[in-house]
Design a protein around this ligand. Structure first.
Ligand SMILES: [Zn+2]
Ligand SMILES: [Zn+2]
Length: 186
């Protein structure tokens, strides 16, 4: 299957005859948004529907869902994170316009587009990015990294480095002394 295609929907018939139309597709690998790149675990799926609501006005609504690869905030392991986003926008056809343009009109945002073949990537990327959580955890109790050698404590042995095994011994000793102390008081 070819996932490399451009994400778009052809609105020529809709602009001529009214009614509504749908499209769906997939984005593989990554989503680009300005200078940012969101890495995907596999593919994300999207679907949109567009309904004519006036002479050249259209209502776009859609959904995009899939797994983004984030970094665990404690151990930095790649962590697949489910993202599901919905979006709705008012569009207006303005023939000849080169690029998608957003304007404010009566406190509402309207997107102007100039070609019947509407490029959907800006809408899909923005919606997906807005739903992306700020941070991720690979598992609720992720132990993070060793503070001395940087080993991933999920996989590292108890004594990943001399500093940590030393600290482990001190820890045991401290517990032992505390116990003795308490016993001494009694
Ligand atoms: Zn982790
Ligand atoms: Zn260590």
């Amino acid at each position: 299957m070819d996932y490399g295609e451009i994400q778009s929907i052809n609105l020529a018939r809709l602009l001529r005859e009214g009614g509504s139309t749908e499209a769906r597709g997939q984005i593989a690998g990554k989503i680009e948004l300005g200078n940012d790149t969101i890495v995907l675990q596999d593919v994300v799926s999207w679907r949109v529907s567009v309904t004519a609501v006036g002479e050249s006005e259209l209502w776009l609504s859609g959904e995009i869902a899939g797994y983004a690869m984030m970094e665990c905030r404690r151990c930095l392991d790649p962590t697949p994170t489910l993202v599901r986003a919905y979006f709705q926008h008012m569009l207006r056809y303005q023939p000849g316009l080169e690029h998608l343009e957003a304007i404010e009109e009566d406190d509402e945002e309207v997107f102007l587009f100039g070609k019947p073949d509407l490029e959907l990537s800006p809408f899909l990327s923005e919606a997906f990015a807005l739903e992306l959580p700020y941070t991720a955890l690979c598992q609720e109790d992720c132990p993070g990294l060793c503070e001395y050698c940087g080993a991933n404590l999920k996989r590292a042995p108890q004594d990943c480095c001399p500093e940590r095994s030393q600290k482990g011994k001190e820890g045991k000793l401290a517990v032992h002394l505390k116990k003795l102390d308490l016993e001494g008081i009694e």
